[in-house]
Design a protein around this ligand. Structure first.
Ligand code: GTP
Ligand code: NAG
Ligand code: MG
Length: 466
């Protein structure tokens, strides 16, 4: 019995010893992996806490100034326009009244939450309601322009535009939070609104295009237009038999910039479904445009498919003759024509990407130009694209210095890529495009003409990309 007791005592002593070692080991190893309080240079002491700042993307950013009733997140829209995320003004004015646009979102004074306290002890946020969920990189400082993204799309484009938005946000807008206006000839459905609103870091607005802006004008001879479509279908001209494509081109040529939702802004950036952005955008292109007195910009240029615009230049020349007062001195005629304006060389800026000034498009000069072309009927009797229409307008109505080429915005729209020339630029901007695919200096691009007429020096290494 005594021997048995001694064994129990031995067990107890051993167990005690074992627990003591375990305690010691676990404690020392805990200290070993634990990050020192100053690992991130934030110092110790203050308890981990989040500033109760407003989340960046919210309600009051659009309300100041408009004073109209809020309809936050309401899907239904009475007159075709509705806003999500924020107190959308129900019928129009959306920008804040202050001189710094979207100041709640944009200015440096109210930024996204910053983590105060010991980062080493920050809890891990796993779901949106957890502390720290919104702790992402900071909003860019500086003023915001009176500007918006704009997209024309169908409900069925939702996943393709989602891809575009994701890239625009990742490469640029997540630090700027500009608004985004969506336009459609039919009402947007709930899925489209939900998905796009969740992706855009600014406020989103949804507008329905009025019938007049998406239909045949009265002066169009329907039979003649129909014969053209049948003929183009036979000749296999891309979109040649499409009515909706023609409405789209006419709308983008003459109406997108005067939709009620667009009247709230001075600058736009057009984004289409399925585009890609390959490099970080470190500065605000809107502000660049404003500060450098630019009115229109592009990243890709090329020759238009002649079959779609056989008489467009005749119409342009007629406009020049009827409205000499609108033709700018020092314009870009040299980009459009190789013989001083007699004939069109078919060069145009590719308008699926544009950053431009809406007040220019709303000017008498541009409206007179559009109306003159519209009267001539080529949107329906041929298949005039909005790209050559915008380009001819920019080339004739603007001074050449007012048109900008954004080399550092790397872009893809099927089938062309603009990838910045110059390796250091691509490294600095964390680009993921293949420079071999850069279209700028290839034979079918008009960009080198743009450089020539503006006396710009082509970037180093361009010869190797021809
Ligand atoms: N709401 C609406 N949007 C349209 C319609 N057709 C085209 N769009 C939009 O107008 C823009 C241009 O149309 P796309 O089909 O991309 O034309 P494209 O760029 O010439 O040709 P792709 O090479 O097919 O991209 C895109 O933003 C489309 O989403 C339409 O019938 N209704
Ligand atoms: C933004 O621009 C539009 C169009 O020029 C203008 O009507 C509106 O007043 C501007 N907004 C602000 C806040 O200045
Ligand atoms: Mg497209």
């Amino acid at each position: 019995m005594a021997a048995g007791n001694a064994r129990i005592v031995r067990y107890v002593v051993f167990a005690f010893f074992f627990v003591a070692i375990l305690y010691f080991v676990s404690h020392s190893s805990y200290d070993g992996v634990h990050l020192k309080p100053d690992t991130f240079g934030v110092g110790k002491g203050s308890s981990s806490s989040w500033k109760p700042e407003k989340p960046a993307s919210n309600a009051d950013s659009v309300s100041s100034g408009s004073g109209s009733g809020s309809s936050s997140g309401s899907g239904s829209s009475s007159s075709g326009s509705g806003s999500s995320k924020g107190s959308g003004s129900s019928s129009g004015s959306s920008s804040s009244g202050s001189s710094e646009y979207g100041s709640t979102k944009g200015s440096s004074s109210v930024s996204r939450p910053t983590y105060e306290g010991d980062l080493a002890e920050a809890p891990m946020a796993l779901k949106p309601s957890d502390k720290g969920w919104d702790f992402l990189e900071d909003t860019a400082p500086g003023p915001r322009m009176n500007a918006t993204f704009v997209t024309l799309a169908r409900n069925s484009d939702v996943w393709e535009i989602a891809r575009s938005i994701r890239q625009v946000e990742d490469r640029f807008n997540r630090r700027y939070h500009y608004d985004w206006v969506f336009l459609n000839d039919k009402p947007f459905d709930a899925t489209f609104k939900k998905v796009t609103t969740s992706l855009v870091s600014g406020n989103t607005y949804y507008g329905e295009i009025p019938h007049d802006h998406w239909s045949f004008p009265e002066h169009i001879d329907q039979d003649k237009a129909k014969k053209v479509r049948e003929d183009m279908a036979q000749r296999k001209i891309i979109y040649g038999d499409s009515i909706s494509y023609r409405h789209m081109c006419r709308f983008e040529s003459g109406f997108f910039f005067r939709q009620p939702l667009m009247m709230n802004y001075e600058w736009y950036w057009r984004v289409e479904p399925s585009i890609e952005l390959f490099c970080d955008i470190h500065y605000d292109p809107f502000r660049f445009m404003a500060e450098n007195k630019k009115k229109y910009s592009f990243v890709l240029s090329l020759y238009e498919y002649v079959e779609t615009i056989p008489t467009l230049w005749d119409s342009a020349k007629k406009f020049i003759k009827n409205h000499p007062e609108h033709i700018a001195e020092g314009n870009s005629m040299g980009f459009l024509s190789d013989d001083g304006g007699d004939s069109y060389n078919h060069c145009h800026f590719w308008s699926n990407f544009e950053v431009g000034n809406l007040n220019w498009l709303r000017s008498k000069a541009y409206i007179d130009f559009f109306e003159s072309l519209d009267q001539d009927g080529g949107f329906f009797y041929e298949r005039w694209g909005d790209a050559p229409v915008h380009s001819i307008a920019a080339g004739l109505l603007l001074k050449k210095e007012e048109i900008h080429f954004f080399n550092d915005i790397a872009y893809y729209h099927v089938p062309f890529t603009h990838c910045p020339t110059g390796e250091q630029t691509r490294i600095d901007l964390r680009c993921h495009c293949n420079p071999k695919e850069n279209f700028d200096w290839k034979g079918y691009s008009c960009t080198s003409r743009y450089f020539d007429i503006n006396g710009l020096e082509k970037p180093e290494g361009y010869e190797n990309q021809q």
